[in-house]
Design a protein around this ligand. Structure first.
Ligand code: S3P
Length: 440
């Protein structure tokens, strides 16, 4: 990744209809399950992200046959047993690749090393090392950080686990390891996280029990289990759609239809929150495909926003966890909301691809916003006029896209350093934005 600087010219409004590349979370998981399964799976509308390309490269190195065809990926699975890789597996910038693959490798009878880029090597891995060691694998790390060398044990011991932080990656890591455990593996959570792993495991033929007593949700599987190949149609990525929903909302006169967006209820908090803050968003053509809710999302521009509900200006608790990837974009939107926006309980943002609290605060301040930084969040005042600035993506795709959106609403062109980071999740972002923009 280089540090290319991009000039971002303000836009009057966004108009048109589009479709987005497949959801990144679902693409990672579909590829991993297809690679472990017996048989050939075709994954349509597979994510074009560099992160998912890292997953595919690792799966190839572990013996799966992986071919890309237009917007699909065809995977011939290994039928339960990967082959030992001849070199370290490079997860690039992708936390999901490293944490989920670690779970799959824990039950394989060989050692494998997972490496990542500088950002991924700073991110916390103890949260997966702990449960995998409880299950009988051995994981060597550098004080809880990558590189990770996983020495598998076959079969693993099943465990009942409650992750100390709400994390779909940790939950998924344990469930995927559970495929190679002898008996019942359960993961409990008191804060709901995305459930794509559970849904896809079912799609690939496994019996996954999901129950809740109103406070705790438990997902359980019984291993050892062999998955059967299955074709998957992957919905558009709602986290990528978020940048367009925010941009169109902030640009009065916009009218945008994003087709076939994933609307899994564990991911749609962003639509609820945008509506409660005054955005005009509607869902058309709602349906279910491959165990995932999908629909077309229409957004009409508003400009400055008036919240519709008294508590709308505060994001905290479980809602923060559900919105974790959307918070930088929402902070940008907060600058145009009457009463501003406060985000609490978001300490996890400090250990994402960058320290997203710091990066959001610094870039917002550069644009003239009034922002208070907190250890676990931030508070932005609103509404304020954003002005052109020198922005910095800090090597982080979601920061790059959040501030590309902010720059569209500024009074003059801004410069964004490291804009090419968007390729980590959404390489087409700038082209699509240009295609939908109507110049001032
Ligand atoms: C993801 C889970 C979340 C999210 C990440 C993708 C996943 O991470 O931030 O972008 O695909 O499971 P955590 O599990 O660390 O919360």
């Amino acid at each position: 990744m280089n540090d290319a600087t991009m000039t971002l010219v303000p836009t009057k409004r966004l108009r048109g209809r589009t479709r987005l590349p497949g959801d990144k979370s679902i693409s990672h998981r579909a590829a991993m399950l297809a690679a472990l399964a017996r048989g050939r799976s075709t994954l349509t509308n597979f994510s074009t992200s560099a992160d998912c390309a890292s997953t595919l490269a690792c799966l190839r190195a572990l013996g799966a046959k992986v071919e890309r065809e237009a917007d699909s990926v065809v995977i011939e699975g290994v039928g339960g047993r990967f082959l030992p890789a001849t070199a370290p597996l490079d997860c690039g910038n992708s936390g999901t690749t490293m944490r989920l693959l670690a779970g799959m490798l824990a039950g394989q009878p060989f050692s494998a090393t997972l490496v990542g880029d500088a950002s991924l090597s700073r991110r916390p891995m103890q949260r997966i090392i702990e449960p995998l060691e409880q299950m009988g694998a051995s994981v060597a790390s550098t004080q809880g950080h990558a590189p990770l060398t996983i020495t598998g044990r076959s079969p693993l011991r099943p465990i009942a686990y409650q992750p100390p932080v709400p994390s779909a990656q940790v939950k998924s890591c344990v469930l995927l390891a559970g495929l190679q455990a002898e008996g019942r593996t359960c993961v409990r959570e008191t804060v709901r996280t995305r459930d794509h792993t559970e849904r896809l495991l079912r799609w690939f033929g496994l019996d996954v029990e999901q129950e809740t007593d109103g406070v705790t949700r438990t997902a359980s599987i019984t291993g050892p289990a062999l998955l059967s190949a299955r074709d998957v149609v992957i919905p558009g990525d709602i986290s990528s759609a978020t940048f367009f929903l925010v941009a169109a909302t902030l640009l009065a006169g916009s009218d945008l239809l994003i087709e076939a967006v994933g609307l899994n209820p564990t991911r749609t908090a962003v639509i609820r929150v945008l509506r409660s803050l005054g955005a005009e968003i509607s869902i058309e053509n709602a349906r279910v495909e491959c165990n995932e809710e999908v629909g077309d999302v229409r957004v009409c521009g508003v400009g400055r926003l008036s919240p519709r509900e008294p508590q709308a200006n505060l994001i905290c608790g479980a809602l923060t966890a559900e919105l974790i990837d959307e918070l930088p974009a929402l902070a940008v939107l907060g600058t145009q909301v009457e009463g501003g926006l406060e985000i609490r309980d978001a300490a996890e943002l400090r250990v994402k691809e960058s320290d997203r609290i710091r990066a959001t605060v610094d870039n917002l301040r550069a644009m003239g916003a009034e922002v208070e930084e907190r250890e676990d969040g931030l508070r932005v005042a609103g509404p304020v006029e954003l002005h052109a600035a020198q922005l910095d993506a800090r090597g982080d795709h979601r920061i790059a896209m959040a501030f590309a959106v902010a720059a569209l609403t500024a009074n003059a062109p801004s410069e964004l350093r490291g804009a090419d980071a968007v390729a980590i999740s959404f390489p087409e972002f700038f082209d699509l934005l240009a295609a939908l923009s109507q110049e001032r």
